[in-house]
Design a protein around this ligand. Structure first.
Ligand SMILES: *[C@@H]1O[C@H](CO)[C@@H](O)[C@H](O)[C@H]1NC(C)=O
Length: 412
């Protein structure tokens, strides 16, 4: 890996944990923030000239809060569906049952290594409810739906209103013509030492398949009417899910109609570094670093050797050392990759785009890079005007994909 392995969760035990949080919060407000204000006073001193001072402070603060989280374990916990199920009606919660027969091939083999079984998972619905006020109503004959996989570096995040992806679900429904609801799932998050190792690859992918199967075979959506989306690690998961559906040719589960990847994290080995790389150029204009310094990779790999972070195309589809096999990513539905020009992980997103184009042709892949924009902009209400530009580009792409499908049907 490009970065040296760093220590995580040094201050996880009480009372050290509480003391450290108080100390770090004080330093953040009393020392760091005034220092950032002074050192970024002039636009020319900022990571990007176009950035207002407030954005510099926001990005720096998120980066620091994530560092504190990964030092103390505050906020780092696995989502609890049982807990969520207790307020099912308010939050739009449903239980989703797995179908073990859907898991095969390389994914089944990896599941053995990490001792992962298909499991019942929680799901949370956004948008329109049924006439009785309940969620999970049967799909209309040609109803479209968004299937959103949240981010959080494989180790944090959840499907509820208190995580940023909920905002993205609301906004996607608002902007994309013809979509009235979205489903998120509580896919299993991975965990590694110093905590008990849990839910290594492909636990999350198996859960993503479970959720997709629910949409098609329980709620009744046609696969062509499903738009799979995901941001950050959720983008990598959305990509792996779609690839799995394409390649395993399951008789009961065709691939989705479209795929939207926002800032997909697709090189866990961090194989693009050095002068001119995005990890060097954009180190001060992004905040994702602590997701990528080792813990998340160890958690996701579980019992798999570290080498797999470099060579496994399911885990690092854009990695420089992943052996490229002909047609590796072929057969994918129309895909939009949306990246920010100020992202730490920009390079791997461009490689993912290039590999998709190689295997699917130029017309199948849309790429939007918003200038001077940090990670997962569509979850950030404060990142204007780029947030709105991003949603507008997303909406345009959605209409284009859907009108292309219509005219193809007409021609046939
Ligand atoms: C979801 O994440 C937020 C932010 O970390 C947290 O406050 C909330 O408790 C989480 N919810 C669940 C059900 O895990």
């Amino acid at each position: 890996m490009a970065e040296p392995q760093v220590a995580y969760f040094t201050y996880r035990h009480q009372p050290l944990k509480a003391l450290y949080i108080v100390y770090a919060a004080l330093v953040l407000f009393v020392v760091r923030t005034p220092y950032w204000v002074i050192t970024n006073l002039l636009p020319a001193w900022r990571p990007r000239r176009s950035w207002p001072l407030s954005r510099v402070l926001k990005v720096n603060t998120i980066r620091e809060v994530l560092r504190i989280a990964f030092q103390t374990s505050i906020g780092i916990f696995l989502a609890d569906s049982e807990q969520l199920a207790k307020s099912a009606a308010e939050v739009g919660f449903v239980w989703i049952e797995p179908d073990p027969t859907l898991i095969g091939g390389e994914i089944k083999a990896a599941a053995k290594i990490n001792d992962v079984e298909p499991a019942r998972i929680g799901g949370v619905w956004y948008g329109q409810r049924g006439p009785d006020g309940r969620v999970g109503q049967q799909a209309g004959p040609d109803e479209k739906v968004i299937y959103e996989l949240h981010g959080g570096g494989w180790v944090i995040g959840n499907a509820t209103r208190s995580w940023d992806s909920a905002y993205m679900c609301d906004e996607m429904i608002k902007y994309a013509d013809g979509y009235a609801r979205a489903l998120q799932i509580e896919y299993r998050l991975a965990q590694a030492a110093p905590f008990p190792a849990k839910n290594g690859f492909p636990a999350a992918l198996i859960d993503a398949i479970t959720g997709y199967n629910y949409l098609v075979n329980v709620v009744g959506f046609k696969p062509a009417n499903i738009l799979v989306s995901g941001e950050s690690a959720g983008g990598a998961l959305a990509f792996a899910l779609t690839r799995y559906l394409v390649q395993s040719r399951l008789p009961t589960l065709s691939p989705p109609g479209a795929l939207f990847l926002l800032s997909p994290t697709s090189d866990l080995g961090r194989t693009y570094f050095g002068a001119g790389s995005s990890v060097e150029k954009n180190d001060d204009s992004d905040y994702v670093q602590w997701f990528l310094k080792g813990y998340g990779v160890r958690a996701l790999l579980g019992n798999m050797p570290l080498e797999e972070a470099f060579t496994n195309s399911w885990i690092s589809p854009a990695g420089a050392r992943v052996p490229r096999v002909e047609g590796q990513f072929a057969g994918m539905p129309p895909t939009l990759i949306m990246a920010g020009g100020a992202e730490y992980t920009l390079d791997e997103q461009k490689v993912l785009r290039d590999r998709l184009v190689e295997d699917n042709g130029r017309d199948a892949v849309a790429y939007v890079e918003l200038p001077d924009t940090t990670h997962i902009v569509l979850t950030e209400a404060w990142h204007e005007p780029e947030r709105t530009q991003g949603y507008e580009a997303f909406a345009q792409w959605v209409s284009k994909v859907n009108s292309d499908v219509k005219s193809a049907e007409y021609l046939a």
